[in-house]
Design a protein around this ligand. Sequence first.
Ligand SMILES: Nc1ncnc2c1ncn2[C@@H]1O[C@H](COP(=O)(O)OP(=O)(O)OP(=O)(O)O)[C@@H](O)[C@H]1O
Length: 345
Amino acid sequence: MTVPATAERPPQAREAAIVVRDLSKKFGDFVAVDHLTFEVQPGRITGFLGPNGAGKTTTLRMLLGLIRPSSGTGLINGVTYAALPRPLETVGAALEATNFHPGRTGRDHLRVLAATHGIPDSRVDELLTLVGIPAAANKRAGGYSMGMRQRLGLAAALLGDPEVLVLDEPSNGLDPEGIRWLRGFLRHLASEGKTILISSHQLSEVEQTVDDVVIIANGQLVRQGTMDELHGEPAALVRTSDSRGLITALRAGGLPALDEPAQGPGAVRVGTGNLAQVGDLALAAGIPVHELRVLRTDLERLYFQLTEAPERQNRNRGEVAATAPPTAAPPSTPGPAAATEGGQR
Ligand SMILES: Nc1ncnc2c1ncn2[C@@H]1O[C@H](COP(=O)(O)OP(=O)(O)OP(=O)(O)O)[C@@H](O)[C@H]1O
């Protein structure tokens, strides 16, 4: 959720650790990121979501100083990446898990990175264990599965024990057990107060992991808020053979209720998440209840509506991207060692 202006800010709210302000990136005439503004709060996991080509990676690369914005700013703890005094200890990044030196072992990869930042080897072994690949540590990274590379990228991002983690599609290539592990791992890091921003092109992939969402389409913000806000007001679905009588009884009991024909015959939607209250009111009125459950927002549908609405038909797909292949970041551009070593696009 966007933190309100200072005057109305609740006392417990903390400063946003990541602030993206009016950020834009043009590649020639093509606008990949379009006046994007959002904030990411510490101690929370934020999903940065959007379909393929929406501009997620481009935004993250600007935030991490790997490419220059055309306009606007991306700040981490109040400054640009380039101005961070100890970048590896402030922000850990894993932008893509494919570019490890194939001939180098996982352990050596981390050791090289650690050595260049004065981090002891003991931290390397600690992290290999923490991310669950101690046995693979002495194998060449070229033989790693996608999931193992993701874990190695995560270890690299965590080397400096940073306060902020930026992970591009971290569950790509993980099996269901790996995804569950990642969820618990990130949750633990967030509970320690770390700020975690993870990108994904699918809401369903991260909906159980994230606290907040920033959804973009065609480089523009389409929604920012908490998962609870995305789910909307709680509602119950109750099915009965007497929907008229039930609606009257529920309304008399102070609950908003109306027919919900989309859910089939006899379905009534009630504006509460309190199923017991619904059941009790129905019982008191002597009305049979055939089904009673929480009515969940179809998040997949909502996400699709937000990102694939006709006016948002993805202009990134097709001709422009095809004629303008991605170029490498300019050599002078500063960038996080973890992301560079761990694979920048
Ligand atoms: N260096 C570049 N030159 C030209 N176009 C680029 C460059 N980098 C990215 N783009 C284009 O910008 C758009 C946004 O790309 P980006 O990689 O940021 O999207 P994304 O949301 O991360 O997508 P995905 O989920 O597929 O990774 C795409 O159309 C892409 O082709």
